[in-house]
Design a protein around this ligand. Structure first.
Ligand code: GLY
Length: 365
C-alpha cells in the first residue's frame, strides 16, 4: 500500500523518528504515546557503536547497525537545524578495554570477529591506551580503539523529535486491551478502529516492549539498570566499553561532566533498583576508572529493552495496513535513522527495501 496518512503507536525514539520522516514525505502524522519518559530511550546511554555491539552470529544485524551509523551524522544535523536543539552527536570513538588476562582473552576473540566483519577495531598497547585515556586503572591489561563508534544524547534526541513534530501531533496512549490478538484480523478493539477508520491510512506499531500486547509478536522486555554520575568535565575522553573480572560495563562521558554507566541485562519485567546491581555496575566502573568513585551518583534508572527471539528488530508490514518497527533490543538509538527512513519509504510508497528482508515480522511464524 502507499499511504497518505500514518498513525504511529509509540512515541519513543523509534516511533518519533518514523513520524518525523513520514511527515517530511508529506504524510499526515499522529503519534499515540503518553508523552512521558517510560521508554527505553530514557535510560539509553546513546552509544552509536556497531564495532562495540556486534555479537557473534549477528551478521545481518551488524549490516543494519553499520548502515544506520552512516545515516546518523545527517540525521543529527537535520534535527538540530530544524529545531535548534543540540543532540550531542560526538564522533570521539570507543575504547574497548579488558581488566584481567581472562577478560583480555575474551575481548580479543570478539575484536577478531568484529575485524573479520570489516569493523574498525585497532588493538592498542597498554601504554597507548593510557595515553588516550589517562583515567584508566594501571591494572587494565589491554584494549582496542574503535574509531568509527560515536555517541549521541538520547534524551536530547527525543526532545528534538518532539519539538520537530510539535504538540499537535501527539495523542494519548493506545491501551493494549487486545493482548495477543492479530490487529490485521481486527482483534484489537482500539487498534482495529484506527486501522479501519480510513483508507490510505497506515498504522505503525513502534511500542517497544509493549508491542507484544498490541500485535502478538514475540517482543519481550529485557531489564536494564543504568546509573548517571556527575564529575569534572574531561574525566573521560572516550566512551569506554569494558570487561572487569567477567563483568561488562560501559562508561559514556558527556561534555558537562555527566558519565552514564550501564548496564545490567536481565530477563525480567520489574523496575526494582537492587543494591546488588548498583554495586556490580559501580565495582566494574571503578575497577576500570578508579576516579569515578569520587563522582556524585545522581540517578539510577531502570527501563526495558524490547527484544525478539533472535535479538534483532521486527520491521515491516503485518497486514491490514499495519506495520511494525520494534524489538531493537540494545540498539534502538543507533537503529533509529535506518528504521525511520526505510519504514517511512514503505509507508509512503509501498516499497520494502532489500535491507528489511532479514527483519520481516513473518520470520517468527
Ligand atoms: N546499548 C547498550 C545497552 O542496551 O545496554
Amino acid at each position: 500500500m502507499s499511504a497518505t496518512e500514518v498513525v504511529v503507536v509509540g512515541g519513543g525514539i523509534i516511533g518519533l523518528s518514523i513520524a518525523w520522516r513520514c511527515r517530511q514525505r508529506g504524510l499526515a502524522v499522529t503519534v499515540h504515546d503518553g508523552g512521558g519518559d517510560d521508554g527505553a530511550w530514557y535510560a539509553a546511554a546513546g552509544m552509536l557503536a556497531p564495532a562495540g555491539e556486534a555479537g557473534f552470529g549477528q551478521e545481518a544485524l551488524t549490516g543494519l547497525l553499520v548502515d544506520s551509523a552512516a545515516r546518523w551524522p545527517e540525521f543529527a544535523a537535520e534535527l538540530e537545524r530544524e529545531t535548534g536543539i543540540g543532540v550531542g552527536y560526538d564522533s570521539v570513538g570507543t575504547l574497548s578495554v579488558a581488566l584481567t588476562g581472562d577478560d583480555l582473552a575474551e575481548a580479543r576473540r570478539l575484536w577478531a570477529y568484529r575485524r573479520e566483519l570489516g569493523l574498525g577495531v585497532d588493538p592498542l598497547l597498554p601504554s597507548a591506551l593510557r595515553e588516550r585515556e589517562p583515567g584508566l586503572s594501571p591494572r587494565v591489561r589491554g584494549g582496542a580503539h574503535a574509531p568509527d563508534d560515536c555517541q549521541v544524547d538520547p534524551r536530547r534526541v527525543v526532545a528534538a523529535l518532539r519539538a520537530a513534530l510539535g504538540p499537535a501531533v501527539l495523542r494519548g496512549r493506545i491501551e493494549a486491551d487486545s493482548a495477543g490478538s492479530d490487529p490485521s484480523a481486527g482483534g484489537g478493539t482500539r487498534l482495529a478502529e484506527l486501522v479501519a477508520a480510513r483508507p490510505g491510512r497506515a498504522v505503525v506499531i513502534a511500542a517497544g516492549a509493549g508491542t507484544a500486547a498490541l500485535t502478538g509478536l514475540p517482543v519481550r522486555p529485557v531489564k536494564g539498570l543504568v546509573l548517571r554520575l556527575r564529575g569534572a568535565p574531561g574525566l573521560l575522553r572516550h566512551v569506554v566499553n569494558g570487561w572487569a573480572d567477567g563483568r561488562h560495563v560501559y562508561l559514556v562521558p558527556r561534555a558537562d561532566g555527566e558519565v552514564v554507566v550501564g548496564a545490567t541485562q536481565e530477563e525480567r519485567a520489574d523496575s526494582t533498583v537492587s543494591a546488588g546491581q548498583v554495586l556490580e555496575l559501580l565495582r566494574a566502573a571503578t575497577d576500570l576508572v578508579p576516579e569515578l568513585g569520587e563522582c556524585e551518583l545522581v540517578e539510577t534508572v531502570v527501563r526495558h529493552r524490547p527484544a525478539t527471539p533472535d535479538n534483532a528488530p521486527v520491521l515491516g508490514a503485518v497486514g491490514g495496513g499495519v506495520l511494525v518497527a520494534a524489538g531493537h533490543h540494545r540498539n534502538g538509538v543507533l537503529l533509529a535513522p535506518v528504521t525511520a527512513d526505510l519504514i517511512a519509504e514503505l509507508v509512503a510508497t509501498g516499497k520494502s527495501a532489500p535491507l528489511l528482508e532479514a527483519f520481516a515480522p513473518g520470520r517468527f511464524g
